[in-house]
Design a protein around this ligand. Sequence first.
Ligand code: NAI
Length: 791
Amino acid sequence: MSDGIRHVGVIGAGVMGSAIAAHLAGAGISVLLLDIVPPALSGAQLKEPRARNQFALQGVEKALSAKPPLFFEPDVARLIEVGNLEDDLAKLSNCELVIEAVVEDLAVKQKLFGTLAPHLSESCILASNTSGLSLGKMNQVLPEELRSRFVVMHFFNPVRYMRLVEVVAGPDTDPEVVARVARFGEFLGKGIVYGKDTTNFVANRIGVYSMMLATHEMLAQGLSIEAVDEIAGKPMGRPASAVFKTSDIVGIDTMIHVARNCYDSLGTDSERQIFEMPSFIQDLAKRGDLGRKTGAGFYKKQGNDILVLDLKSAEYRPPVPVVFDGLTLAKKAKGTGARIAQLVASEDAAGRFAWRILAKTLCYAAGLVGEIADDIVNIDRAMRWGFNWELGPFEVWDALGVAASVERMQADGMNVPSWVTAMLSTGRSSFYVASEGDVTFYDPARRAGSALTTHEKHLTVASYKAQSKNVVRTNAGASLVHIGDGVLCVELHTKMNTLDPDVVAMLNEAVDIAESSFEAIVIANDSEHFSAGANLQMIVGAAMAGQWDKVDGIISGLQNALQRLKYASVPVVSTPCQYTLGGGCELAMAADCSQAYAEAYMGLVEVGVGLLPAGGGCLRMADRYTSEVSDVEGVDLLPFVAQASLNIALAKTSGSAAEARALRYLRPTDRVALNREFLLFEAKQTALGMASSGYRPPRPLLLRAAGYDAARTIGAKIWGMVEGRFASKHDALIANKIAHVLCGGTVAAGTVLPEQHFLDLEREAFLQLCGEKKTHERIEHMLTTGKPLRN
Ligand code: NAI
């Protein structure tokens, strides 16, 4: 729930303001987006509203064309009203929250607050999106009565995709305001970290320190830019953009600004010199090479090649391949902690470099507990959510082994904060301790462990599985887990949650068990993706060997299991989330209801491997595109099945749950959760609500077919695409089969057919395509490169 916040004013329509506005609109909030009247206006323009609102209008336009997209769907831009800070201030009185995102300049922000204050309602919360200016100094200019409603709400860029929002309260901020802002942030799908009013707050303080440290160590150890990026990315559990690619994306001028802010204001910080920008970076900025926005920074794109800055010549050159034993060994390790441990244990230059920056960052972070945030949990979350580290500093430290790494740090002359050694001396060997599903974290202020509390809506399958009594059945592909209140969760746990015979067996068992002993079924997992599709390896082996009975058995097994889910006597809720592709999309669509994550990338993409959906995907698309109109007298079903066929033939994949709805992978009645962490909770509530409100399984479907002539008309259009070289002949073969299935085969228009008829057509067409050489080539290409082949 949005906590009563339904109208939000956003001031400043630059990079952040327009992205915040886009995200708010995606959450269904009405936004008033204001910016200054352009100073360069003259003459008649001074009276022209479009000209006066130009900055806010441009902000929305930029957000609409941003890549990756900032809006879940462009249509919601209608929820953003644009205006300017001279003509539209009175409209702010309607807002429950106003977020300022103007230039990072204290004087500008202070002046702005003076302008805004008289127009805010008595209960309106005023928030600043500052990256690190002093809340105390901003507070000084506010009227007394507004100070209790003033807070920092620091979003990260790009707003839609970065989970972190740092919330910072001042001495006068009402705790209820902090709680309300946090709840609103969670409603927007964000993870909240509570920071303190210190320079650059939590994530940027540690993240920028670590990047600066890597730069200084690179110079000290004589490494190259490309070597640092190879070591400090995935092998260290950080994003592949590592240090210098990240700087190019953020902008080198911004990096300089943030680092200087730390250097200037952290007079007593013992690591202050790390924030001093090396001269070669200052030189880059001076010559205007600021990163991606200027076309060159640490890297430069030249034609199809990416060149890198040579530290000696200050010219760009092709990157030199980076080869270190430490990196090779780290890549083989399983899991982030093991990977990092392997790397820092390596005695080559990569290992030494990784150890230095990691160990010093851990010490730095430990030294800031209490100063920038109350506890290690907020620091770990800030780094995971704000910098996309796979593990936060204290989680990494646990993975390395605290005692052993402290010994090594001390031997290397590093300054390990005394509370860490004090913790070890109490006999506690790690920052986090898990036992029977409960986790404690070490709290230096109390010199003891504190219970790690998670949000009441943050359920995980893992936390239920931690108690063995909840695991009802399990095999290599999936588990059935009791997630309380009579809800049975089907958790897929194959690689990328692909569907294989083990998964299918568990789906059948889930129905058997739930129908006798449970109220409802939820299909969900804790991992990033719902399911990347069917396990191709399984099908390709049988298809290549011409074992048609085996392929037929696999496909009918999947169809039967999904039909059983659909007609189970208990409600079934699926949770499409990120990759929900091919068979994964069919699994999600077979449920009575989907509780989708806003970032649901759904598509029936089988054409990419030369096949068509045969787990009921064609059947369900035919139904979803025609059911509303099929009983309308005289209606021609052709345009509806043609659209459904096109979606499948072009493997149209949604970029969000909102788009999945437009493509009908989701129904209008399906729900969307903005917060990934609440997905399981919300799906469970939906399932329980259905179970307790008289759930009855649907009646078996009868579909009115579009008929053979419709398939032929679609076929003619497909041929046109081949002639125009938009599609290959193999694409056309598949597309024709898709149209054939969706139109009901060789029947007259209007023939009423049972579902099984469509399922049989799907299976038959699938088997035929399995015999095609070009389909084999597509599958092999996908398995070896991970990319579709257009042949
Ligand atoms: P920007 O430069 O893209 O946009 C700033 C906006 O402020 C412009 O639309 C400009 O017209 C407006 N503006 C300029 N002077 C003004 C004035 N006197 N009164 C009112 N508005 C004025 O800046 P950006 O990047 O969007 O940053 C905005 C805020 O968000 C800053 O406080 C920044 O530190 C913070 N921030 C920026 C992040 C980023 O990655 N760019 C990330 C997180 C926070």
